[in-house]
Write a protein that binds this ligand. Structure first.
Ligand code: MG
Length: 394
């Protein structure tokens, strides 16, 4: 492993003939002083030559996008499983919604959109099958081995388990992106992350609150009458009506509400953050962290949003239909964890090797955590009901 500093005088130059700007000139022209500039954040575990047209964070984003773990997000549930229909969000579509919202906010605040996109695509990559239920089960199973968290597993994936490049194992992401993920693992409330990380975290909750309302309405888990007791819903509906050229037909009310819910929060966040950053002009990314700058929704919208979150928690996340799905998923994961511990030879060779290098529990946990929901169910059926050998690679 080599840790080296790139030659900071060797940025790829612009091409005057074609009139294009290189990535560092583009950042210089467009970003606010407190954005995270690529030129200060090019450190990687394995030294690499700077790319002439793609900045360091663009390369990070593309490495995450092309990783196998990222593609598997299409088979991992967000809140609702595949058996419940094809309309609702998967972990992958949620991730794209987060990236889209975060980029909108980041562009308005003149932050580094490439970094924002890389962080957004990475933010849920470590989720095991069956969402937070799967995470709780693995955390319990791996208790003696230090527990399990999707944030920590994201690091394991991008640093150790992804094998795309001939020169190294992992994706060799910049330290900036890896440190942002380490911050998620540490969960230290005293740590102030860079503004781009704060934007992605805000976009995550804006996205899931809005799309969980959409999916739960579509699935019939909640009704309009109960939903319309929530202040932020009333506000969003009123805004949707004002912005519509004609009365909103019944079948368009759900999408109209979701659009308005997102837009209302995004605009509030941008307005509040812009006010907060007014006095920060001239300060760099580290300086705004040093003085403790946090950007957020306004107090009033944050309070209204909290009311919606409590509603979703009571009426959706604890809905009997979801509890039934979670109970079954938890039982299958626990059984597979026990089975693979008894028969590690049924795991692919590379997980047998990881189990030998770390611990049996760790190796089994990592194998299970990488599975999609369907793959996990298939493994369960094959091993428990059919008594088949496994050793299938995900
Ligand atoms: Mg998320």
């Amino acid at each position: 492993m080599s840790i080296t500093s790139p030659n900071l005088n060797s940025y790829p130059a612009a091409s005057p003939a074609s009139g294009t700007y290189s990535w560092h000139q583009r950042e210089q022209a467009l970003l606010a002083s407190y954005a995270t500039f690529s030129r200060h954040n090019v450190q990687r575990t394995y030294s690499e030559t700077l790319h002439p047209t793609r900045g360091p964070f663009e390369r990070d984003r593309d490495r995450v996008l092309h990783s196998a773990a990222f593609r598997r997000l299409s088979g991992k549930m967000q809140v609702f499983t595949g058996e419940m229909g094809d309309y609702h969000r998967t972990r992958l579509t949620h991730t794209f919604e987060v990236a889209s919202i975060a980029r909108t906010i980041g562009r308005a605040l003149r932050l580094n959109e490439d970094l924002i996109e890389a962080l957004a695509l990475l933010h849920d990559i470590g989720h095991p099958p069956f969402g937070h239920c799967g995470e709780d089960v693995l955390n319990e199973c791996l208790h003696a081995a230090g527990g399990f968290s999707h944030n920590k597993f994201a690091l394991t994936l991008v640093e150790e388990l992804e094998t795309r490049y001939s020169s190294y194992t992992g994706l060799n992401l910049t330290d900036t992106v890896l440190n942002a993920q380490r911050f998620r693992v540490a969960k230290d409330p005293a740590h102030i992350p860079c503004l781009e990380v704060q934007v992605v975290d805000a976009a995550d909750s804006i996205a899931y609150n809005a799309h969980d309302v959409d999916d739960a309405l579509k699935l019939g888990l909640i009704g309009w009458q109960a939903l319309r007791t929530i202040d932020i819903v009333k506000m969003a509906e009123s805004r949707a009506r004002q912005n519509s050229l004609a009365p909103i037909p019944a079948d368009r009310q759900r999408p109209a509400l979701v659009h308005a819910l997102i837009d209302l929060q995004v605009q509030d966040f941008i307005r509040t953050a812009t006010e907060r950053l007014e006095t920060c002009d001239g300060l760099d990314s580290q300086a705004v962290r040093d003085i403790g700058v946090r950007i957020s929704l306004s107090e009033i919208v944050a309070l209204q949003r909290r009311q919606l979150e409590v509603f979703l928690f009571d009426r959706v996340y604890r809905h009997p239909r979801l509890i039934e799905v979670r109970t079954q998923a938890a039982q299958q994961l626990r059984t597979l964890f026990e089975l693979f511990q008894k028969h590690p030879e049924r795991m692919p060779l590379r997980f047998q090797e990881r189990a030998a290098r770390t611990s049996l529990q760790q190796g089994v946990g990592e194998y299970l955590a990488g599975m999609t929901d369907r793959f996990c169910r298939d493994q369960y059926q094959a091993m428990v009901h059919l008594g088949q050998e496994s050793a299938a690679e995900w």
